[in-house]
Design a binder for this molecule. Structure first.
Ligand SMILES: Cc1cc2nc3c(=O)[nH]c(=O)nc-3n(C[C@H](O)[C@H](O)[C@H](O)COP(=O)(O)OP(=O)(O)OC[C@H]3O[C@@H](n4cnc5c(N)ncnc54)[C@H](O)[C@@H]3O)c2cc1C
Length: 475
């Protein structure tokens, strides 16, 4: 089935998840809390868009015999991949690519795990069935997920192993006939508390001990599960003053497991180091997530290009060569990202689960490249905007008795003062507000530490034929 926006919001409200912000637990409806109201509306709009365009956003699932969201579809042909790209882009366009964890992100991962469930097979355990049932349940109910795969940032040195009595990184402290008991914390759940479920994936680092080797998904309102939020960046809900923050502030949280009972039927990996180390590549989890993520990044880059072009025309600086050169940097980024995504689709192949899997290499290059170029794109907007990025009176000023001064002194060549400030407020919210600087940090660390992504790209890239070329030439 597919939910409507209203159904999604009321379901999240009814979960009464334990969400803490500014030292208080949210007691009423989370959808009415200022920190979450905007983002929940933006997410609800995605579900409504799907329901009004079923041809684009749903498919008929043979597994659950109903229409379900596109992200759950196992792609079996290149056309399926193309359709997935179109749907992802259309969803991302509603939020200018700024909702990094729109539901199709983790739902795509759930699909990858669900269709490759046999890799979780272990004798006398039901892990293989459990992950398939989670996938099925997610489709049947159009569930949304947050995910976490990072341990608290206490000590990242190579030799560090947590051995204090007071548990920090979440670990299994007991097994019962009903399930495993988990205690400790995990970072960093974007949208923690406003999704139906939490997908908890192996984290690495502490794999030396079985107690850290696990994967499961549980409802966000499981007893003992707490989401401790950072401070909200929503300073006001005016779309004029905070055009992006007011709609797309996703929130990030620490996930605390206070002796949480994870029922056995929700566990799909436990104590098996081989599976923990190989599951992301064998299930194509990373590849499929990147296929979604790079599509979103393309939309975000289109937005940045449109914004830069609007700025330069509003204050008429387009005649300068360096301005055109800066715009060309954005254009190049957009075309590179589009080409890498297309290449992954053109070179997709069927794997032994009958999934049409995009080529990992160009996607891996894209996720190596974008975290490095994104801060430069933001810098370009700042360089083009100059003091316009700072001198941004609020809507109230425009409605006050001094508005005629603003109308005169803040006008631009091609737009009046109000529209000029609207454009520059958009640029400020993307680049310089708390929301905007978080976006930059998000893109830097979106898929993990960029340094280790670079190591992974080098390690996985086939280089033998190029070395052979040298050997052949020299001999
Ligand atoms: C805004 C935002 C949202 C996020 N949302 C989510 C989410 O929804 N779910 C989720 O699971 N995670 C999320 N993350 C976490 C993200 O996955 C991590 O930031 C990323 O994996 C890096 O881990 P870390 O932050 O602990 O950095 P660290 O690993 O602590 O890295 C800090 C620095 O130390 C260096 N370093 C540390 N260890 C090594 C090493 N072994 N070798 C070389 N250099 C090293 C790094 O290169 C880096 O410079 C989010 C992060 C941000 C910033």
């Amino acid at each position: 089935m597919t939910v409507t926006g209203k159904e999604y919001i009321s379901r999240i409200d009814n979960l009464h998840n334990e969400v803490w912000i500014d030292g208080k637990r949210i007691e009423g409806k989370i959808s009415e809390h200022p920190a979450f109201r905007g983002v929940l509306k933006s997410k609800a709009a995605l579900y409504d868009l799907s329901n009004s365009n079923k041809d684009t956003f749903t498919f008929s699932s043979p597994v659950v015999n109903s229409e379900v969201n596109f992200a759950f579809q196992q792609p079996k042909t290149k056309e399926d991949l193309e359709n997935r790209f179109v749907a992802t882009k259309k969803w991302a366009q509603t939020n200018l690519g700024l909702l990094g964890r729109s539901p199709d992100y983790v739902n795509t991962g759930i699909m990858a795990l669900g269709v490759a469930n046999s890799i979780f097979h272990e004798d006398k355990k039901n892990y293989e069935t459990n992950i398939f049932n989670i996938y099925k349940m997610a489709m049947e109910n159009d569930l949304s997920f947050t995910h976490t795969f990072i341990n608290p940032q206490v000590n990242r040195s190579i030799g560090y192993y947590e051995d204090s009595d007071k548990i920090i990184a979440a670990k299994v402290i007991r097994e019962t006939s009903d399930g495993i008991i988990v205690k400790g914390a995990r970072l960093l759940a974007t949208q923690g508390g406003i999704t139906d479920e939490v997908l908890v994936l192996p984290s690495g680092g502490n794999f030396i001990e079985d107690a850290y080797v696990y994967a499961f998904s549980i409802p966000s309102n499981t007893p003992g599960l707490k989401f401790i939020c950072r401070e909200s960046f929503v300073n006001g809900e005016s779309h004029f003053d905070y055009p992006l923050t007011s709609k797309f502030e996703e929130m990030d949280s620490i996930v605390v497991f206070d002796d949480v009972l994870v029922p056995w039927e929700r566990v799909f990996l436990y104590k098996n180091l081989d599976i923990a180390c190989n599951m992301f590549s064998e299930t194509k989890f990373n590849t499929m997530l990147l296929y979604q993520a790079i599509a979103r990044m393309i939309v975000k880059t289109e937005f940045i290009l449109g914004l830069a072009e609007t700025i330069v025309h509003s204050i008429n600086i387009i005649e300068y060569q360096h301005v055109k050169d800066k715009l060309s940097e954005i254009i190049s980024t957009l075309e590179i990202m589009k080409s890498l995504h297309l290449s992954s689709r053109v070179h997709s192949t069927l794997d032994h689960f009958n999934t049409m899997v995009p080529d990992y290499k160009p996607l891996n290059v894209a996720i190596y490249y974008y975290p490095r170029i994104y801060p430069r794109l933001i810098e370009i907007i700042q360089l083009l905007g100059g003091s316009g990025m700072i001198l941004l009176p609020s809507k109230e000023q425009f409605q006050s008795t001094i508005s005629s001064y603003l109308d005169n002194y803040l006008q631009a060549t091609n737009v009046n003062a109000t529209d000029r400030v609207k454009i520059f407020r958009l640029a400020w919210d993307l680049c310089m507000s708390s929301f905007g600087t978080r976006q930059t940090q998000f893109e830097r660390f979106f898929f993990g530490d960029p340094v280790r992504i670079g190591m992974g790209l080098y390690n996985s890239y086939p280089k033998e034929s190029y070395v052979k070329m040298i050997n052949d030439f020299l001999s």
